[in-house]
Design a protein around this ligand. Structure first.
Ligand code: GDP
Ligand code: MG
Length: 371
């Protein structure tokens, strides 16, 4: 049931709190403190007293929710693992992503040009696929985690063999541990004359990363992101880890996912990359993310090709958002445009209400301090 606080209703009506509370007492409402919740009937009565015609909005509680995860996932198909690359600045994250991305173009159709969409998929000779997130590392990871979005399955921790463990390496280890996400260590810049991989391994152990070499279960791989060496071994390590975890997803339900990144593009308007986590996203679907919605007319993959459908683990760029959704926002499907609009409207109203409550709390706090 809908309820509104005394102070919020006063704000909506545009009356100061003291005369408003006076009016409520006249109307026979017993409790008039600012945070007392009024039910719909009381609120309507008060609104009429101010010559306003109340509209009781039965749609106000309508929202979209993620479907419960089935108990037994074993009958659903495997999906590609979703991997985030983390590590200290200058240890080679961007170079590694570039090399991995290039390897997919070389292996793919002739003339394929990769597009930056915040994520890309690599298909190995074994036909297995890995999806890499290509968003500005820690910031995106933290922002998404803060919103409760569990986007990443696996972290690749890049450590430069000439530099060793640095502050952001330690931070990344902590992020991965806090999120309960398994790691593969990529010891990078192995081509350098001053590379010292065994020193890196030893200090990782000192920082609580138990590598296989020390009877732990974290794999480490020596690579040169710059020279594209060891990337196949790294990819195989990721697949090994993914096969242990068996990431599965339903494909025959309405699409669910997360926004990876979003931006306004010239000639295209509001554009956002969605990573589909469950279900299948299809052309013509209506989807909602945060306080934006969109009818999927055109969706493209990381190679710029237009897609009719996107399966779990697939990143797709979608145009036509009414406004910009935020990285980490949950994407859910609405059965039609009407519902998408209602949901967005309700979320906007809720945001507005929460903002008003915060404002009032600040005002009340200031009043209290003056006393
Ligand atoms: P990021 O800050 O982690 O994204 O690091 P970058 O990818 O920008 O790399 C920082 C510097 O290290 C650049 O000058 C790269 O060319 C260089 N670099 C990255 N990987 C390697 C590598 O495998 N070998 C060598 N020698 N240099 C590398
Ligand atoms: Mg970088």
């Amino acid at each position: 049931p809908e309820a509104i606080s005394v102070s919020n209703l006063a704000k909506l009506i545009g009356e100061r709190l003291a005369p408003f509370e006076q009016k409520l007492r006249v109307l026979g409402i017993e409790y008039t403190t600012h945070d007392h919740l009024l039910n719909a009937e009381e609120a309507s009565l008060i609104a009429m007293e101010y010559d306003l015609s109340p509209v009781v909005n039965s749609e106000a509680a309508i929202d979209l929710y993620s479907k419960p995860i089935p108990n037994d996932m074993s009958k659903y198909p495997l999906r590609p693992p979703i991997v985030t690359i983390m590590g200290h600045v200058d240890h080679g994250k961007t170079t590694l992503l570039d090399s991995l991305r290039k390897s997919t173009v070389a292996a793919g159709e002739a003339g394929g040009i990769t597009q930056h969409i915040g994520a890309f998929s690599v298909t190995l000779p074994s036909k297995k696929t890995i999806t890499f997130l290509d968003t500005p590392g820690h910031a995106a990871f933290s922002a998404m985690r803060a919103r409760g979005a569990h986007v990443t399955d696996i972290v690749v921790l890049v450590v430069a063999a000439d530099d060793g463990i640095m502050p952001q390496t330690i931070e990344a280890i902590k992020h991965a541990k806090d999120a309960g996400v398994p790691m593969v260590v990529a010891i990078n810049k192995i081509d350098r004359h001053d590379a010292n991989a065994s020193k890196v391994r030893e200090s990782l152990l000192a920082h609580g990363v138990e590598l296989e070499e020390y009877n732990g279960d974290t794999q480490s791989v020596e690579i040169s992101a710059l020279k594209s060496q060891g990337l196949d071994v790294l990819e195989e390590s990721i697949i090994t880890l993914a096969e242990l975890s068996e990431y599965r997803a339903e494909v025959d339900i309405e699409a669910e996912g997360n926004i990876i990144e979003s931006q306004v593009e010239r000639g295209k308007g509001n554009v956002a990359t969605i990573l589909v986590k469950r279900g299948t996203l299809k052309q013509g679907d209506n989807i909602v993310a945060g306080t934006s919605w969109c009818k999927v007319r055109l969706m493209t993959n990381d190679k710029g090709e237009s897609l009719k459908e996107a399966l779990p683990g697939t990143p797709v760029k979608v145009m036509g958002w009414k406004n910009l959704p935020k990285a980490g926002d949950e994407v859910l499907q609405a059965k039609d445009e009407e519902l998408a609009k209602i949901v967005v409207n309700n979320r906007l109203l809720k945001e507005e209400r929460e903002r008003q409550i915060k404002d009032l709390e600040v005002i009340n706090e200031k009043r209290r301090q003056r006393k």
